[in-house]
Design a protein around this ligand. Structure first.
Ligand code: WTA
Length: 648
């Protein structure tokens, strides 16, 4: 019998969300199964402000997806910023929408719904003045300042499509994304600020745009005021153009399926995919899951400390919370600045009730000692969330008992860039939890486990996680490459969406995510493709071949292990390692760091030349005894050398 934690009474009492108890969960789920169209039409009409209400639910299916994307609410029309701003500016103008905490704890800004509505309207008018039109793309390359959220909403206001690029990505990575989406404009800052260190966002943008003709304008928010390079005629200061605009900008009404944003994410190839989310379905799902999972209450002070550069920031800092009219925190800094008590200091100062972070941060903070937590008053907390990677039971227990003092429910939320919102998770007031389990699916989500032979598994067991029916928040396509979308997600198991994750289901029907089963590694919750690392590494002249896998890392979840085959005439050593580090930094970004290099005489390959990654993985996981059959290898002696020189 595994350890189960009941929902604390103070979390279930007074619940207001769409699901208040397990009985509710069963009932709502049944409705979503019996009549998905009716269910989701009901949800969207209740939660969003439509200009023309939809009468249609789902169009298309996973069986027809090769012919074109599915659609939800196809005959509805709306502008999602009306749901996020106008209606709250009218009904609760003085409520704080964005509570911003800067890098330095003394820097706090409170932006009310009235102010946010006005500021987004001004920014939208500025984008129009700069020539951005409906359907055109804007890249947003910023740190965690309110203007990043304002820029996203301003694009949505005029029907433009944004693509936020995480501020840690390099100039090369930024340029790839600018090109892939055909951006007209880049919105950035002079510098970001994290942990007291400036991040050269404008300088990287300049480098990325060197020789690029497509981008007509660069809008630059002045954050630090330090000197930056300037291209006359192209660059415009935010502070020069936005405040001068009218605070009235009528929302451009678009079809439900108009794209809202593109977010690039790593997959099995070296080229990141531009995952496309559309307006009506995405916002419906973000709003519904945010209200449901956290049991959002009117007085909640909600804090998700992710970055807007990732999907968590899109769905659960900006779109879900604002659609739900709540106070959402934006945090510019890092959890250890000025010390490891920063999160709990914020909890005390702002009276945070819902706190949402990642396992990597939880593990890192647990390692710093409980006194950083216990010296602050955390009695306001009710729900503690985690996302991004599997959480190990020890970290879960620390979060539950030290941070939450046993008074909060923990919601271990499993989802992906592609799912748009939380798909498997406890519902705070309803679901008893087990440390390390994402527990039960959301209404409308029907997970299926597939065995090695591609058969659907019944009852308890471990297999590959698929989802059987479409839901409104699901990604619609890969920008400019629908065949890739179909091939990546829908061809492995016909009639199902394949998540790329492994999962175990226990006798209670609870889900335990075991991690990626494809060539994606999850380092500190940052999703990266092994192929991206490999192509960066082989760009170094001395490197002939590279094989990259993940391995268990006590803080980061997974570390990056690189097997390197050198060109003839080169000798392994610090100089080459330094060059390889630099290549990853330049071609991917500062967050893409190899933890361990092992120089090997060759990579294990089949006789047809395919790298046997399973062997690389087992050695990196410290399980050389579990290599299995190596008789099909072209050169078995390579394996002996790999095992002998293993770094773990
Ligand atoms: C992993 C982040 C276990 C998973 C929202 C997934 C998780 C990938 C969890 C998506 C969780 C996310 N437990 N694993 N609670 N949440 N993952 O697209 O492998 O950045 O496929 O979206 O993170 O990462 P992405």
């Amino acid at each position: 019998m595994s350890e189960t934690h009941p929902v604390p009474a103070r979390v279930s009492e007074g619940a207001v969300g769409p699901v208040k108890s397990l009985a509710d969960w069963r009932e709502v789920r049944q409705r979503s199964a019996d009549d998905p169209d009716g269910f989701w039409l009901g949800v969207t009409k209740e939660r969003l402000a439509w200009a023309t209400e939809p009468t249609r639910g789902l169009d298309g299916s996973y069986h027809t997806i090769m012919d074109g994307p599915i659609a939800w609410f196809a005959d509805g029309r709306l502008n999602i910023t009306v749901s996020c701003l106008d209606r709250h500016a009218a009904s609760q103008p003085d409520k704080v929408a964005i509570l911003w905490e800067g890098d330095d704890p003394s820097e706090v800004k409170r932006i009310t719904y009235r102010e946010l509505h006005e500021e987004v309207s001004r920014a939208a008018n500025a984008l129009k003045a700069l020539g951005l039109q409906k359907g055109e793309r804007a890249i947003i390359y910023m740190g965690m300042v309110p203007e990043a959220a304002i820029a996203m909403l301003a694009c949505a206001r005029i029907g433009a499509i944004h693509s936020v690029v995480f501020g840690g990505f390099s100039a090369e990575a930024l340029r790839d994304r600018v090109r892939d989406c055909g951006a007209e404009i880049v919105i950035t800052q002079d510098e970001g600020l994290r942990g007291g260190k400036p991040i050269p966002l404008k300088a990287v943008t300049d480098q990325a745009l060197e020789g690029e003709r497509g981008v007509k304008k660069v809008l630059v928010y002045r954050r630090t005021g330090n000197f930056v390079g300037w291209t006359e005629g192209r660059d415009v200061w935010w502070q020069d153009i936005v405040p001068a605009q009218s605070a009235d900008c009528p929302a451009t009404i678009v079809d439900a399926e108009h794209p809202l944003f593109i977010l690039y994410t790593s997959g099995s190839t070296g080229k990141p995919k531009g995952v496309v989310h559309t307006c009506g379905g995405y916002l419906t799902y973000a709003s519904f899951t945010h209200a449901t999972v956290f049991d959002l209450r009117p007085d909640d002070v909600y804090a998700c400390v992710a970055d807007v550069g990732w999907i968590t920031g899109h769905s659960y800092i900006v779109y879900g919370p604002l659609a739900n009219g709540c106070t959402t925190l934006m945090f510019e800094s890092i959890p250890t600045h000025p010390d490891a008590g920063r999160y709990w200091d914020m909890v005390e100062r702002h009276g945070i009730t819902i706190f949402y972070t990642a396992p990597t941060a939880i593990r890192a903070l647990a390692a710093k000692g409980d006194e950083h937590v216990t010296r602050y008053d955390r009695s306001s907390l009710r729900v503690l969330g985690t996302v991004g990677e599997p959480i190990n039971p020890d970290a879960w227990r620390w979060y539950h008992s030290v941070v939450g003092e046993g008074r909060c429910n923990i919601v271990d939320t499993w989802w992906q860039t592609e799912t748009g919102g939380i798909a498997i998770s406890p519902v705070a007031p309803a679901t008893p939890t087990k440390p390390g389990s994402a527990t039960l699916p959301m209404p409308g989500i029907f997970p299926v486990l597939m065995d090695a032979e591609g058969r659907r598994m019944q009852g308890p067991g471990e297999g590959r996680l698929c989802i059987e029916f479409p839901w409104p928040g699901q990604a619609r396509t890969v920008w400019g490459d629908h065949p890739r979308f179909v091939a990546t997600y829908f061809e492995h198991y016909p009639g199902m969406y394949f998540t790329g994750d492994g999962c175990r289901r226990d006798a209670d029907g609870y889900h335990w995510i075991t991690g990626r089963v494809d060539d994606v590694i999850n380092v500190s919750g940052h999703r990266m493709g092994t192929a991206e690392f490999e192509s960066a590494l082989v760009s170094v002249e001395a490197v002939a071949e590279a094989g990259v896998v993940g391995y268990p890392h006590p803080i980061k979840g997974q570390g990056v292990y690189a097997y390197i085959v050198l060109q003839d005439g080169y000798t392994a050593g610090d100089a080459i390692e330094a060059e390889m580090h630099a290549a990853c930094r330049t071609l991917i970004g500062a967050h893409a760091k190899v933890d361990l290099f092992q120089f090997v005489p060759g990579l294990p390959k089949t006789r047809s030349g395919k790298v046997m990654r399973r062997i690389l993985r087992k050695v990196a996981e410290g399980q050389p005894e579990a290599l299995g059959d190596t008789s099909t290898l072209a050169d078995p002696s390579v394996v002996e050398a790999i095992v002998a020189g293993a770094k773990v």
